[in-house]
Design a protein. Structure first.
Length: 272
């Protein structure tokens, strides 16, 4: 493989990845795309980027592998503590009140771009701890990376990955095994993992909360708006959206309301 992609090759791969996933590679992060392509050519034994481009056009499985390779899977348990304080101290109490008034008994959350599972398991632990009996809580977790989803479904994390988990949760919801910790079944059973490309409609509706943090930062403006509109359609009349602390809906035409809590800024859908 050549050291660098030609302008035409860069445009071919950039456009294909964008059209398939909404992930946008600009000139500033071109080196990431180039390094990931080098890795795939080495592993597949394909000699030229032109041949590899033809391969992914003909082979949807290899295209999925490439998309998996170019996604960044940086996560940890209870990442951005202020979001979880907001979830625990504002969002959950508000939703419990709302549901009790209407006789509703289901609590549904989507962790979009869940990576290796730390986020949805963190959410599930909080829900298990804070939601009273009589309300069933379930979390759907999705990602573009099949490799990450396999790790997430297994629910086993080495010792250096459980930093940030409150000690009481670690003792209550994990089992110490070998050189790591296994998420207990009572939490694993709350979470359903599924492959999903955010460019497409998930088909989910009547969700109470969507977490999609540090994902849309990789999308351009048009793709961001498309994803946010799909989240709005998936959420119920009284619901909440969490995005990354470095992400914002400012300047975007959206029906979400800006909500500043004591702990963090989130977004709300509110329709009587």
């Amino acid at each position: 493989m050549e050291r660098y992609l030609s302008e035409q090759e860069f445009k071919q791969f950039r456009d294909l990845i964008y059209n398939e996933s909404g992930i946008h590679f600009s000139e500033s992060n071109r080196s990431i795309l180039e390094s990931r392509l080098k890795e795939r050519l080495r592993k597949t034994g394909i000699e030229t980027v032109g041949e590899y481009h033809r391969k992914i056009l003909a082979d949807k499985g290899e295209l999925k592998t490439l998309l998996n390779t170019v996604t960044t899977n940086l996560t940890r348990f209870f990442r951005n503590t202020m979001h979880f304080q907001t979830l625990e101290n504002h969002v959950i109490p508000e939703l419990i009140r709302y549901k009790r008034e209407r006789g509703q008994t289901a609590f549904r959350v989507w962790s979009a771009g869940c990576s290796t599972g730390e986020e949805p398991y963190s959410i599930a632990m909080v829900l298990k701890d804070k939601i009273p009996p009589g309300i069933k809580a379930e979390v759907t977790a999705s990602d573009l990376s099949l490799k990450s989803l396999m790790t997430a479904k297994e629910g086993f994390y080495p010792e250096n990955k459980v930093n940030g988990i409150p000690e009481s949760y670690l003792q209550r919801f994990f089992e110490k095994k070998n050189n790591g910790y296994q998420v207990k079944d009572e939490i694993r059973q709350m979470v359903t993992f599924d492959y999903h490309n955010l460019k497409n409609d998930s088909g989910q509706r009547d969700l109470d909360i969507v977490f999609c943090r540090n994902v849309i930062i990789y999308f351009d403006e048009a793709a961001q708006k498309n994803v946010i509109e799909k989240f709005y359609a998936a959420l119920n009349k009284h619901s909440y959206l969490f995005i990354g602390h470095s992400e914002s809906l400012f300047g975007m035409q959206t029906q979400f309301e800006f909500l500043k809590t004591e702990w963090a800024v989130i977004y709300r859908k509110f329709k009587e």
